[in-house]
Design a protein around this ligand. Structure first.
Ligand code: BEZ
Ligand code: FE
Length: 301
């Protein structure tokens, strides 16, 4: 007969799960129970509080739909997506490449293809900028014909899915680098935006007195055979929220600012950003990232 106190319960649960045949599942669940129980003991969680927690998680689940993933948003605002991705980046690739960033919920497959020098602003208006650079391997050798997907908000801070009906693709495109891995394209300077605040995660962020904003950024996904898909984003230094991103996507090495007169700028009359992307060869099969699940969900807007 078990006589379980606040500490004994943890050992009892772990003992019952000890026969789990999948060793990785056993390891993860054991640690999850240990940390979950330690958390409840640390904050002296009351039944009322835990019921509130369950109601919150229920609401998060209910806010999910085929076009909205509130659990990923929760993972993002708690910094867990960042943590898991950073750990993933540190393993199974040959050398440190360009730092990654969150995929986010606005990626869409099959964006319009543009030529080198083309623009992803098909209808939107605003201050034009040019992004140029080279995609290389870890030794600095250009990767011929690497493909780049780019997507961002317009000059008003809206993704196409928020500003237009879902058939419209705007402020996103796909281009192929040249034989040396070089690329350049035109876009508009994006504006920062708020994460979706109309669900339970937004309510929590508001209760925590957080602003809910992401600094202005341009999402980039670079792909080339034999290399780990690079999912990253470039963040504008002049955005007021660059040091307080609600979903913790910013890294110093990804902060940029457009300027005139850059050496090698292919369109010197337009403020430009040079950014070279370094790809890593995948040495351990890769695997997905938080936010890059196969369904590549988009929010309701
Ligand atoms: C985004 O960058 O688009 C994004 C990332 C995480 C949560 C919400 C939006
Ligand atoms: Fe974004």
């Amino acid at each position: 007969m078990q006589d379980l106190d606040a500490n004994g319960i943890t050992d009892a649960v772990i003992e019952q799960m000890a026969q789990t045949p999948d060793p990785r599942m056993r390891e993860i669940m054991e640690a999850a129970v240990r940390h979950l129980h330690a958390f409840a003991r640390e904050v002296k969680l009351t039944p009322d509080e835990w019921l509130k927690g369950i109601a919150f998680l229920t609401a998060v689940g209910q806010a999910c739909s085929p076009i909205r993933q509130e659990f990923i948003l929760l993972s993002d605002v708690l910094g867990l997506s960042r943590l898991v991705n950073v750990m993933h980046d540190a393993t199974g690739r040959e050398a440190a490449g360009t730092e990654t960033s969150l995929l986010g919920p606005f990626f869409r497959e099959q964006a319009p293809k543009i030529e080198l020098g083309g623009s992803i602003a098909y209808a939107s208006k605003g201050p034009e900028i040019v992004i140029f650079g080279q995609v290389t391997d870890a030794d600095g050798k250009g990767i011929a014909h690497a493909t780049i997907d780019v997507w961002q908000t317009d000059a008003e801070g809206m993704y196409d899915l928020q500003a237009h009906d879902p058939t419209v693709m705007e402020m996103r495109g796909q281009l192929a680098c040249d034989a040396e891995g070089r690329f350049h394209f035109r876009t508009l300077k994006p504006l920062g935006y708020s994460i979706p605040m109309d669900g339970p995660v937004g309510a929590m962020v508001r209760q925590q007195d957080r602003h809910g904003f992401r600094p202005a950024h341009i999402h980039i996904l670079v792909a080339a055979p034999g290399f780990r898909e690079l999912v990253t984003a470039l963040y504008f230094a002049d955005d007021a929220h660059v040091d307080s991103d609600t979903v913790f996507g910013v890294s110093k090495s990804l902060v940029i600012q457009e300027a005139l007169g850059l050496p090698d700028a292919p369109m010197p009359g337009i403020p430009s950003i040079r950014y070279d992307f370094t790809m890593s060869r995948d040495t351990a099969g890769g695997g997905g990232r938080v936010g890059s699940d196969p369904s590549r969900l988009v929010p309701a807007g």
